[in-house]
Design a protein around this ligand. Structure first.
Ligand code: ADP
Ligand code: MG
Length: 619
């Protein structure tokens, strides 16, 4: 695609997506054309950061004594704007690649997002990894001249008008770095005014960690403090929001921001966010979990996972510490002895903020819980010993409070005087679990039971056997004191034992190997039967876990308990033993019990029997 011309300039064609992107940028009107300046400054700042980093490790760097800075100059008469940095620079190959041929996916995403007229997408261009091209919002043409930090690198220039091609040529340049010369469009001539430039730099670039000069003066325009290093009293809510948007490219506001500064035992700045959604947005810039780790304002690791426990991996943000060794890199940071201390502080800050939220704004906390509760539950399953602080944050629906969220502490407060254990029931969904026969007894007693209907709950229970002084107990296995026969007021009369024995035998005969036993129970009131575990069986939480993990799943053999006071059974004994009807009803009682237990392997297989039963009833 390259063809040499007389002047040794080589011409290259932009990638198809880039052409499309340029076309949009040149022909659309934007509310904030100044965005391009922010983008060029951000690139300069990146290049300076990398130069700084290079200096720490590479003695042979070109111009290692030059001040790391950015200089902006303008010539109003010529309509020219120039931005020059002393950053890392680019070689010829780099300039061709970086400014012409890569970042296609970014361009494609931008084009896609630009279709939504509601959002001012130009504001976001940098986040797509194509920020440089925003210069064509204001430029008639652009010339980039660059000299790489690599010793013996030659200067190179890049020239484009926003049409389909760009040109690359040899150039002259004394110092390391990059110079961007912009011929401003007529309607962008304001960017040749120094006072205007100063205002924009102040607005967008205070956080850039290197001095920015405007014009020939040596007065630094930017404050040169990152937002996370700005005192909390000076940072505005709007700045926190802006920073979050730049960091993540999430359009929704974060649920929470946490700005932490500590001096002892280690020096640390952190600016952390809890997003509003558990899932990353379509255009999210964050491709992975982890926090951005800076050492003295220099980025070391884009996705550091050693600063928070797994269960807080949804947290976004920046951590910056003065105490990290100067030569630390992404590869070595893990072995730095300071990291566990930083993790302790950062985790502590997040947990404290979540506790505060739970105490001071329960409604907002519930929103948090609905999005991120699953992470906390996972944490309890995976790190039972380290999650004591997480336990009070857990929220549950219960049989007595089906619509609102309750904490374990609230549950304990409402417990009956004589109650020692925290009861829970496991099920598939909040509605059907309320129909479970295991709940019968607790419902009639008005005892509160946690409804655990999320697949993660079974995993969580493996790490949560006790809360404060109270054991957690599955209602299906709970030994509860049941009133003696006849004690309950108005209790329905039971089938006499002499008649019940043969019925049990009848059940056993039909169900055979599918159950380990059939017996009477006085724990049931509304339900006709329930399945319970034999004493030596795997506990029900583990059965669930296996079921979810897709381990070979067989319907577990259980004990079928029958309710001797139930009308269905009373009528059933009046039917002719061995009749077809009796057999089908016994089968159906068993399968219904499987179903409410969430254990039925194929519920639709019941339909033919139900149809048959209807026919029998009607005939
Ligand atoms: P991004 O900054 O997200 O990578 P840009 O479109 O803004 O995307 O820039 C593209 C690339 O061009 C940068 O990644 C960088 O490699 C290179 N680049 C741009 N400006 C400079 C500069 N001033 N100095 C050195 N390299 C630069
Ligand atoms: Mg950029």
């Amino acid at each position: 695609m390259a063809k040499a011309s007389k002047t040794d300039a080589q011409s290259f064609s932009f990638k198809a997506e880039t052409k499309q992107l340029l076309n949009i940028l040149i022909h659309s009107l934007y509310k904030d054309p100044e965005v391009f300046l922010r983008e060029l400054l951000s690139n300069a700042s990146d290049a300076l950061n990398r130069a700084h980093f290079e200096m720490l490790t590479n003695q042979n760097m070109l111009d290692s004594e030059v001040e790391l800075n950015i200089r902006i100059t303008a010539d109003k008469d010529k309509g020219m704007l120039t931005i020059q940095d002393t950053g890392i620079g680019m070689t010829k190959d780099e300039i061709i690649e970086n400014l012409g041929t890569i970042a296609q996916s970014g361009a494609r995403n931008f084009i896609e997002a630009a279709k939504d007229k509601e959002v001012d997408i130009a504001q976001m261009i940098g986040q797509f990894g194509v920020g440089f091209y925003s210069v064509f919002m204001a430029a008639e043409w652009v010339r980039v001249t660059s000299r790489s930090h690599k010793s013996r690198a030659k200067a190179v220039s890049w020239y484009a008008t926003g049409e389909d091609n760009f040109e690359v040529n040899a150039a002259e340049m004394d110092e390391r770095g990059t110079k961007i010369e912009i011929k401003l469009k007529k309607d962008a001539i304001e960017f040749a005014e120094e006072y205007h430039l100063k205002t924009i730099v102040k607005k967008h670039s205070d956080y850039i960690g290197f001095p920015i000069y405007v014009g020939e003066s040596d007065e630094q325009v930017n404050k040169q403090t990152s937002l996370w290093r700005t005192p909390r009293s000076e940072a505005k809510d709007e700045e926190y929001q802006d920073f979050y948007r730049q960091l993540t490219l999430e359009f929704e506001k974060p649920l929470l921001h946490i700005h932490a500064v500590t001096d002892a035992p280690v020096q640390l700045y952190a600016l952390l966010y809890v997003p509003s959604k558990g899932e990353r947005g379509m255009f999210s810039l964050r491709k992975d979990d982890g926090l951005k780790l800076y050492s003295r304002n220099i980025l070391i690791d884009e996705y550091n996972k050693d600063l928070l426990p797994e269960y807080l991996r949804f947290v976004q943000g920046v951590v910056d510490s003065e105490d990290l060794p100067l030569n630390v890199s992404r590869e070595t940071v893990q072995s730095v002895g300071l990291m566990p201390k930083l993790k302790k502080i950062v985790t502590g800050q997040v947990m404290r903020e979540l506790e505060n939220l739970a105490n001071n704004d329960p409604e907002k906390f519930n929103t948090f819980w609905e999005e991120f509760g699953i992470y906390l539950k996972q944490g309890i399953a995976a790190e039972p010993l380290n999650t004591e602080k997480v336990q009070p944050l857990l929220r549950f629906k219960t049989n007595l409070h089906t619509e609102s969220w309750s904490s374990l502490d609230e549950y304990i407060e409402r417990m009956k005087v004589e109650q020692k254990e925290i009861y829970y029931i496991i099920g598939n969904d909040p509605k059907s679990v309320l129909l479970s026969p295991h709940l019968d007894y607790f419902q009639t007693q008005g005892t509160e039971v946690l409804l655990l209907t999320d697949p993660m709950d079974s995993f969580m229970l493996m790490g949560l056997q006790k809360y404060k002084d109270h054991d957690l107990k599955n209602v299906a296995q709970a030994d509860v004191e049941t009133p003696e026969a006849g004690e309950k007021e108005g209790e329905a009369e039971k089938i006499p034992e002499g008649e019940f024995g043969p019925l049990i035998e009848r059940f056993k005969g039909i169900l055979g190997e599918r159950v380990t036993d059939v017996r009477a129970s006085n724990r049931l009131s509304q339900s006709v039967a329930r399945l319970v575990d034999p004493d030596d069986s795997l506990n029900p939480e583990l059965q669930r876990v296996y079921q979810y993990l897709g381990k070979e799943y067989e319907v577990p053999k259980k004990i079928l308990e029958l309710n001797p006071s139930h009308t269905i059974l009373k009528l059933l004994i009046t039917k002719e033993s061995d009749s077809d009807l009796q057999t089908e009803i016994i089968e159906q009682i068993y399968e219904s019990a499987l179903l409410v237990e969430g254990l039925h392997p194929d519920p639709s297989s019941m339909a033919p029997r139900i149809q048959k039963l209807m026919e029998m009833l009607l005939s």
